[in-house]
Design a binder for this molecule. Structure first.
Ligand SMILES: C[S@@+](CC[C@H](N)C(=O)[O-])C[C@H]1O[C@@H](n2cnc3c(N)ncnc32)[C@H](O)[C@@H]1O
Length: 225
């Protein structure tokens, strides 16, 4: 068995912990506090989240999309593949080193999506954008933890509260969709989305492409009015 090699580490803003980038042969892993946040070999459900969201907005003339966070760029690449030339995608990434990794050792994994002219990167907490912008996005794709609980940092818990969901609702244009990736189902979170005024679909998608791997959960929550 080839051992994992630590390539780099970076402090998570607002947290004592570090984000760690490991490599083993051609495989990469981003870890935090002993847990794997993202692995380069398993991204079927990250791709699926982008497809589920973008399928609902692709007919708009100039769709505007917010993705938080960047990870290894798979969700971003899948969104770009699904959207047209007039679309614009803002990627919010909390840890500046992740952006550097995506321009360096991770660049080829998802086909260098940061080089696409439709993409603007903001090195910040996605919550800042959600609080500041209103009726700005047709889709918001959130995958910053492993589900609706702060893992990258405790402060992310706020994103999944009623206050956090109200901010996401306001940041969407009417008819827009908010999607959240989760490693496991969570009935209480589905209920909270409905209480916040969203019309909610919940999909179970495979971790390793359409027919392989375990199941992950994607909520697709539409701002109806
Ligand atoms: C699970 S990875 C995302 C994987 C990504 N969907 C992909 O396809 O590769 C989570 C990413 O979100 C970032 N992140 C965590 N909290 C964040 C926040 N509050 N705002 C923006 N980015 C955040 C992490 O640094 C990490 O890069």
């Amino acid at each position: 068995m080839i051992p994992w090699q630590l390539l780099d580490s970076a402090q998570v803003p607002g947290e004592n912990g570090d984000l760690l980038l490991y490599q083993r042969d051609g495989e990469f892993s981003i870890r935090v506090d002993g847990a794997e946040l993202m692995n380069s070999r398993v991204h079927g459900s990250e791709d699926a989240m982008a497809e589920l969201a973008c399928a609902r907005i692709v007919s708009l003339p100039c769709p505007r999309v917010l993705i938080g966070g960047l990870g290894m760029g798979y969700t971003l690449a899948a969104a770009l593949n699904r959207l047209g030339t007039e679309s614009r995608v803002v990627v919010a990434e909390l840890v500046p080193a992740v952006v550097a990794w995506n321009r360096g050792p991770l660049a080829a994994l998802a086909g260098r999506p940061l080089d696409d002219d439709r993409v603007a990167v903001r090195e910040c907490d996605v919550a800042e954008i959600l609080r500041a912008e209103q009726r700005a996005y047709d889709a918001i794709l959130l995958d910053v933890d492993n589900g609706p609980r702060g893992l990258t940092r405790k402060g992310n818990d706020r994103l999944y509260t009623r206050t956090g969901l109200d901010a996401a609702f306001r940041a969407l244009r009417p008819g827009g969709v908010f999607t959240l990736w989760s490693a496991s189902p969570n009935r209480a979170f589905g209920r909270l989305l409905r209480v916040a005024g969203f019309a909610v679909d919940e999909e179970r998608v495979r971790a390793r492409g359409p027919r392989a791997g375990g199941y992950h959960t994607i909520w697709i929550a539409r701002r109806v009015a």
